[in-house]
Design a binder for this molecule. Structure first.
Ligand code: ADP
Length: 462
C-alpha cells in the first residue's frame, strides 16, 4: 500500500481524506496557503508544507509547488479531493511524470469526460440516454436558429467546459436565442478559456439524480445507488439524499446499468459520478460525468457502509475491487445538509467571520465533516462550504427529524450560515413528501424565509 499521501486540497475534504489515511495506516502531508496556516487539515495531517500565498492560483493550483512538496516529503501518491486540481489532466500527467500516483482517473478519461459535448457524444454512441439536443459545430446565427427550432423551446445553451452553472442559459423563445447564446459563450470564455457550446432541450422541472460508481483497472465497474441532489440554489446543490424515494427497483436497475455503461464507455477508473436529469414520467437522461470524489459522497457512504476514499486509494494502488454489485445493499436513508458561510436572506451571499463559539451536532446517526473549530477565522478567499451534516436513519421521515435535531444543535456564533434556512426547509410539506425538483428553492425560498424557527416545529409532518 502507499506509504505517504499528499492531500492537494484544503477544508473539510482534506480532513475527510486524512481520516481514511489514518485508518489505513498511511502517513499524510497537508498543503496550505499562507492564509491557511491555522486550518484544521494542517493540524490533523502528519506533516504539512506551505505551497504559496493566499491566492488559489499561486498555492492550491500551483502544480509545481505541490509536486515539489510531494517529492521533498517522500510521498508516493497525491489525493486531489474535489475542486482545485482534481479534474485537471495536466496535473495528473505531471504527477505520473514524477513517479507519483494521482488518486483518480487517467488523464485520458478525464479529458474525454471534461468536455461535456464530447462526453455526450461518447454516451450517445454507447447507448446511454442523453437529453435531446445538438453538440456539433455552430457556424452562424442562422444555423443556431435552425437547430434551436428543431430541438424546440424552452432549451438550454451550455458550455462544453462549463461547471457550477456558468456558461449556461435557459432560452424560452426564439427572440432571445442569439443574445443569450452570445452571453453564455462570452461567460464560458471568461471562466474557462473555452467557448465551445452545445444545446439541450430543457427538461421541465426535473430531479437531479446522480449515481455513484466505482471502477477498477481490471474492468470491474459497480454502482452504489443514487443521490437525489435536486435541492439547489443558483444551480448548486444544498441538500442531498439517498435513496430517492420515487425511484423504484426497476428504475434504479435501469439507471444503474446506464451509469455503469457510461463509465465503461469512457474507460473510467476510480470513484466517479454519473449525473442524470429525471423527468416526472420516469424518463432519465445523462447530463455529465464528474471525474472526482463529490462533496455529497457521504450520503452514499452512510447507506452502503462503504468508505469511498478507501476504495479510491485501493483502486489507485491497482487493487481489484473487492465488492461486487450484488454485495451493495442500500440500508435506511441518509440526508446531507451543506452548511455554507452565506446569508439566505441576502440571496445566499457568501460571508466570513471568526467563530467565538462552535457547537458541532452529534449523537446517534449523525456525522459532521467540517473544517471548523472553536476560534477559527474563516477565509474569504476560498469556498464557502464550512461543514456537511449527514444523518442516517431507518426511514426518510426519521432521517428528516434527525437532521432537524442536528441543525438545532449547530451553533456557529460569529459566523452567518444557511443552517436555520435548512432547518426551516426541512419542514416544508413538499420536501417532506419528497415532491421537489431543481426549482424548489427558487419557488419557495421567500416563503421559507418568512417562517419562524419555533413555529416551523408546529408544522405537521405525519
Ligand atoms: P454544471 O456542470 O454547470 O453544474 P450541469 O450540466 O451539471 O451543469 O447542470 C446543472 C444543473 O442544471 C442540473 O443539476 C440540473 O438541475 C440543470 N440541468 C442541466 N441540464 C438540464 C436539462 N437539459 N434540462 C433541465 N435541467 C437541466
Amino acid at each position: 500500500m502507499f506509504k505517504k499521501i499528499l492531500i492537494a486540497n484544503r477544508g473539510e475534504i482534506a480532513v475527510r481524506i486524512i481520516r481514511t489515511c489514518m485508518e489505513m495506516n498511511i502517513e499524510t502531508v497537508a498543503i496550505y496557503s499562507a492564509a491557511d496556516k491555522e486550518c484544521l487539515h494542517v493540524k490533523l495531517a502528519g506533516d504539512s508544507v506551505c505551497v504559496g500565498p493566499y491566492k488559489a492560483a499561486d498555492s492550491y493550483l500551483n502544480m509545481d509547488a505541490i509536486i515539489s512538496a510531494a517529492l521533498v516529503k517522500g510521498c508516493d501518491a497525491i489525493h486531489p479531493g474535489y475542486g482545485f486540481l482534481s479534474e485537471n489532466s495536466e496535473f495528473a500527467r505531471k504527477c505520473s511524470e514524477y513517479g507519483i500516483t494521482f488518486i483518480g482517473p487517467t488523464p485520458e478519461a478525464m479529458e474525454a469526460l471534461g468536455n461535456k459535448a464530447a462526453a455526450r457524444r461518447i454516451m450517445k454512441e454507447a447507448g446511454v440516454p442523453t437529453v435531446p439536443g445538438y453538440d456539433g459545430p455552430i457556424e452562424s446565427d442562422k444555423k443556431l436558429e435552425k437547430i434551436a427550432h428543431k430541438i424546440g423551446y424552452p432549451l438550454l445553451v451550455k458550455a462544453s467546459s462549463g461547471g457550477g452553472g456558468r456558461g449556461m442559459r435557459r432560452v424560452n423563445d426564439p427572440s432571445e436565442l442569439v443574445s443569450l447564446y452570445k452571453e453564455a459563450k462570452a461567460e464560458a470564455m471568461a471562466c474557462f478559456g473555452d467557448d465551445e457550446m452545445y444545446l439541450e432541450k430543457l427538461i421541465e422541472n426535473p430531479k437531479h439524480i446522480e449515481f455513484q460508481i466505482l471502477a477498477d483497472e481490471f474492468g470491474n465497474v459497480i454502482h452504489l445507488g443514487e443521490r437525489d441532489c435536486s435541492v439547489q440554489r443558483k444551480n448548486q446543490k444544498l441538500i442531498e439524499e439517498s435513496p430517492c424515494m420515487f425511484i423504484k427497483d426497476d428504475l434504479r436497475k435501469a439507471m444503474g446499468k446506464a451509469a455503469v455503461l457510461a463509465a465503461k464507455a469512457a474507460g473510467y477508473t476510480s470513484a466517479g459520478t454519473v449525473e442524470f436529469v429525471l423527468d416526472d414520467k420516469g424518463r432519465f437522461y445523462f447530463i455529465e460525468m464528474n471525474t472526482r470524489i463529490q462533496v455529497e459522497h457521504g450520503v452514499t457512504e452512510m447507506v452502503t457502509g462503504i468508505d469511498l476514499i478507501k476504495e479510491q486509494i485501493r483502486i489507485a494502488f491497482r487493487e481489484p475491487l473487492r465488492i461486487r454489485q450484488r454485495d451493495i445493499k442500500i440500508s435506511g436513508h441518509a440526508i446531507e445538509c451543506r452548511i455554507n458561510a452565506e446569508n439566505p436572506a441576502e440571496g445566499f451571499r457568501p460571508g466570513s467571520g471568526k467563530l467565538s463559539f462552535l457547537n458541532v451536532p452529534g449523537g446517534v446517526g449523525v456525522r459532521v465533516d467540517t473544517l471548523l473549530y472553536n476560534g477559527y477565522e474563516t477565509s474569504p478567499f476560498y469556498d464557502s462550504l464550512m461543514a456537511k451534516i449527514i444523518v442516517h436513519a431507518p426511514t426518510r421521515l426519521e432521517a428528516i427529524r434527525r437532521m432537524r435535531r442536528a441543525l438545532l444543535e449547530l451553533v456557529t456564533d460569529g459566523l452567518t450560515t444557511n443552517g436555520d434556512f435548512d432547518y426551516l426547509l426541512l419542514h416544508h410539506p413538499d420536501f417532506i413528501k419528497g415532491k421537489y425538483n431543481v426549482g424548489f428553492i427558487e419557488k419557495h425560498a421567500e416563503e421559507i424565509l418568512t417562517w419562524d424557527m419555533a413555529a416551523a416545529r408546529l408544522k405537521a409532518d405525519e
